[in-house]
Design a binder for this molecule. Structure first.
Ligand SMILES: [Zn+2]
Ligand SMILES: [Zn+2]
Length: 370
């Protein structure tokens, strides 16, 4: 089958033919139908981040199940599935509490190192990032990472639920638990940010401030429900947010772009009891300037917080079907999040586009084989 490989850190994706094994135990073979291009994949491709090579990246996947291992119980051949970029063992204390990203044995879902590898090229094992490897025609995935969905759900819109929707909307619903009447600021209006904005609308937030440096993204943010927009390239974002909230500051500030200076601006735009949520990945060694004294930021006296969120604090077994329902009911706009449909061969060019920053999401689509 064809897959886009990363063979060396900093090199482009290379589309090659690789071998995929047959499913054993609790593995599921998925014919991939759509695979979203998330920014974090290109960060890994450019910086390595400790991943073994060669590797297949890609973690926003939807597809059809074509074969299952003998011990698979939750998924069957013919199911339409969405994958999650978490590897929950399913039986540790964190998993039992629904804190899937805190699982204490995520390696339990991989094949043991002495077994035949799931993916191979020229007799070399190929790493499947996060147990998925979505930039390929097929993927062999542990059933714990898959959720069967309503087959009427279109594949492209389904694929982006796994990361962009789960991270953006999950930040609002699961981590911040935004309530009706509250105020929200979202820094960075790409796929994740737009999902946070539309989730804030669903949660009943009445002030939703979108912050970005690109006018076309801010325009899209308004379409998704932002009540005010701030161009941080031309305006002092914290000052503008205080002005928009008539001096009160916001209850929740979400930092979708992993840049410390943006997080600091978010902290400066908070009101009493407000929280800054760090959502976008930060580089190793990234540091925030936090000055809690009442004489400085007032974080202490204003009882504010800073909190990290990983994949929207999602329990994806419950969340993915909910997002599918919200889409099918017309309450979640996923159509306008997909700006481009591409072939696997166009992956490098599409990532260059994404890095130029003008678009919400490109999705690789694969024709049905069966
Ligand atoms: Zn676990
Ligand atoms: Zn992602």
């Amino acid at each position: 089958m064809r897959a886009a490989l990363i063979r060396e850190v900093g090199q482009p994706f290379q589309v090659e033919n690789i071998t995929i094994a047959a499913p054993v135990d609790r593995e599921v073979l998925v014919e991939i139908r759509a695979s979203g291009l998330c920014h974090s994949d290109i960060t890994v491709a450019k910086n390595g981040m400790g991943i073994g090579l060669p590797a297949v990246l890609g973690h926003e996947i939807s597809g059809v199940v074509t074969a299952v291992g003998p011990a698979v119980s939750r998924i069957k051949v013919g199911d339409h599935v969405v994958a999650a970029a978490l590897q929950p063992c399913g039986h540790c204390q964190a998993c039992l509490r629904g804190n899937l990203n805190a699982c204490s044995n995520p390696d339990a879902l991989d094949r043991s190192t002495d077994a035949e590898p799931r993916l191979e090229v020229d007799s070399t094992p190929v790493v499947q990032m996060q147990g998925l490897g979505g930039f390929a025609e097929q993927a062999l995935i542990h059933e714990n990472q898959l959720v069967a969905i309503d087959p009427r759900m279109p594949f492209e819109q389904a694929s982006i639920i796994g990361c962009a929707v789960a991270t953006g909307a999950g930040s609002i619903f699961n981590a911040a638990k935004v309530r009706p009447g509250q105020s929200v600021a979202v820094f960075g209006c790409g796929g994740v940010g737009l999902n946070a904005i539309q989730a804030a609308v669903l949660a009943g937030a009445t002030t939703i401030i979108a912050v970005d440096i690109q006018p076309d993204k801010l325009e899209l943010a308004q379409k998704f429900g932002a009540t005010a927009i701030v161009n941080s390239g031309t305006e002092d974002a914290a000052a503008r947010i205080l002005e928009i909230t008539t001096g009160a500051g916001v209850d929740h500030a979400f930092v979708m772009i992993g840049v410390p200076a943006i997080a600091e601006t978010a902290m400066a735009s908070l009101g009493f009891g407000g929280t800054t949520y760090l959502v976008g990945g930060m580089r190793p060694g990234a540091a925030l300037d936090v000055r809690p004294s009442p004489a400085d930021s007032g974080l202490l006296s204003k009882q504010q917080g800073v909190r990290g969120i990983w994949l929207g604090s999602s329990n994806f077994y419950a969340d993915i079907p909910m997002y599918v329902d919200l889409y099918m009911q017309g309450k979640l706009n996923l159509d306008d999040l997909i700006s481009r449909r591409i072939d696997l061969d166009d992956i490098n060019e599409a990532y260059e586009d994404l890095e130029r920053g003008g678009i919400a999401r490109s999705v690789i689509t694969f024709p049905a084989v069966g």
